[in-house]
Design a protein. Structure first.
Length: 147
């Protein structure tokens, strides 16, 4: 079972969809301040408007919400893409190409998460990345398909 690339692709899908779901919860939860400094920071995040040019004046909270929703949508798109390809019984060559693209994207995402975020998103993107790496290695290449 652990030597089948489809197992690792489905693992990646589960981690991608789980990450999308967990991360989407943050879009609906309002942070609670634990002290006066945090209260000031939350107030400034929600009220101070940046001059982003071209008539745009978002708050830092708006920017965080935008980036956060994009990460959720990235995970959802990646998971649904793999599901589609597996259900349509795509050739290993197409799967390897698609997984290769996702490896580049989630590898960069994992590196960024590791440097700039905290443990839950690091673990989630790490699990996605590792599942994609293993599946990529196990998907037969062109020469292996002919044998």
């Amino acid at each position: 079972m652990l030597k089948r690339y489809t197992f690792w692709l489905w693992s990646a899908v589960v981690f991608q969809l789980l990450t999308a779901f967990i991360h989407s919860i943050s879009l609906f939860v309002t942070p609670e301040a634990q002290n006066e400094t945090e209260r000031q920071l939350i107030t400034l995040t929600d009220t101070y408007r940046l001059d982003a040019g071209a008539g745009f004046h978002p708050t830092m909270g708006n920017l965080i919400t935008g980036l956060s929703s994009c990460f959720t949508l990235l995970c959802l798109l990646a998971g649904l893409t793999i599901i589609f390809l597996l259900r349509k019984k795509a050739t290993p060559e197409i799967l390897k190409g698609s997984v290769g693209i996702q490896l580049l994207v989630f590898g960069a995402c994992f590196a960024i998460m590791a440097f700039f975020t905290f443990l839950p998103p690091i673990v989630c993107t790490g699990l996605i990345f590792v599942s994609l790496v293993i599946s990529y290695v196990l998907i037969p290449g062109r020469s292996e398909q002919a044998a």
